[in-house]
Design a protein. Structure first.
Length: 131
């Protein structure tokens, strides 16, 4: 069992390096850069996104082309690939440890994360290929 404590110490050391304070600044910096490059798309196109999402979700028109999906189906697919148990448990843990202030900072940083997620989706669509 001695090897296990050494392995545990090693993984804790690597985790401290990878998930240090610099990671927060890097993620927020990339989010801020993408927010500026997309000209605040998460704010300027907010109403448009809701209109596309829920306006097309309830229309009876369906495309017969192979591979076409509605905006609502695209939204739910993106959510299923993004949200997991870690997100739910992480939010609960952050609020339990940090109090109500943690919720504020999660909302503030999520605005930057929206631009990052948008850019990720656009690049995924641009560089996709069918097999």
């Amino acid at each position: 069992m001695h090897w296990f404590s050494e392995f545990n110490n090693f993984t804790a050391y690597i985790s401290d390096i990878v998930w240090g304070g610099w990671t927060i600044f890097l993620l927020c910096g990339v989010g801020l850069l993408l927010t500026l490059k997309t000209r605040f798309i998460q704010v300027t196109r907010f109403c448009t996104s809701w209109k596309l999402l829920f306006g097309a979700a309830f229309k009876k028109e369906r495309s017969d082309k192979e591979g076409d999906i509605s905006p609502f189906q695209a939204f739910t697919t993106a959510l299923s690939a993004t949200i997991g148990n870690g997100n739910v448990a992480g939010v609960a843990t952050a609020i339990a440890i940090g109090g109500p202030g943690a919720a504020f900072w999660m909302w503030a940083v999520s605005l930057l994360g929206m631009a990052t997620k948008y850019s990720e989706a656009v690049l995924g669509v641009k560089y996709r290929y069918q097999t």
